[in-house]
Design a protein around this ligand. Sequence first.
Ligand SMILES: [Zn+2]
Length: 94
Amino acid sequence: MPTISLELFKMGDKKSFDYALEKMSCICGGIASPAYIDITYRFNDKVIVVKNVPVLRCENCEEIYSDALIEKRVEELAYKAMQEHKSFISFTDF
Ligand SMILES: [Zn+2]
């Protein structure tokens, strides 16, 4: 059933957020590898935690490098969560 498979792929593709993080060298001389962290946002009196945000973290000095596009996406998710009165969401659910 190739037609149905294609439809499912398209649906899945729309819902997901494509990203790819490559290892990079850190300023300390170490290697920054893909990792998942929790980021806390504050909107006035509301606190939203976005879990499992993909970043690059240095294995040596723990420096975090984030992608601008992913940061923007995280902000959007946090804002949406705030409007829906949620206190935490997971980046990997979207
Ligand atoms: Zn480093």
